[in-house]
Design a protein around this ligand. Sequence first.
Ligand code: ARG
Length: 229
Amino acid sequence: SHLNINPNVKLLKVATDPTFVPFESQTINGNLEGFDIDLMNAIAKVAKFAVEFESLPFDGMISSLQAHRVDAAISGITITAQRLKTISFSRPYFKAGLAIAVRQDNQDIKDFNSLKGKKIAVQIGSTGADFAKTIPNAKISTFNSGPDFFQDLLNGHVDAVVSDAFATLYAIKNGKLKGIKVVENLLTEEYYGIATPKNSPHLDAINKGIATLLSNGTYKQIYQKWFNA
Ligand code: ARG
């Protein structure tokens, strides 16, 4: 394609799970958009490599990196000690955390302790799923993509969703999730990083790219586009 015209420009295959507004989602025309997409494209521009995105389910992303099927993944991926055993991460690029979401009329779920014994929906392979395992007697349902677990919450099939606060708050604020509220914002403190196969040769360029965007104002511009609109 047009990306390959200059043979000296390295083409990186970057995985993303575009079910996570406003970090990555797919427009009706099938184009990818979001904070992560803009950030990755901006990094590529300053670091002088080309990017080809590949949509993958979130749950398969880490094994795809381990198998070197992709060069990197950007997908609101939380840097965790567990994941660092098998893959590498760039420097953190976003401060995040988990939140509890319930139906607007719910009165009894207010905090971590009130989740005991409740039916909880999470995304497979996410930090929300790990967190839910620590709730005593919780009945956990797992979903492949973000929007589906909110549907189950609205339908009354589950009592709560544990997932990334920014994405949940954004969806509520933009009217796509009518009837849902967040009861406890930031149960955890997490940082997103760009994931790569272990000790990838591209990490250095990615990290330098992030540093450049932080210092030249581009990071701030992208942040404002998606979060202060
Ligand atoms: N931050 C959470 C994690 O790393 C969830 C990320 C979900 N991202 C997505 N594109 N579906 O586990």
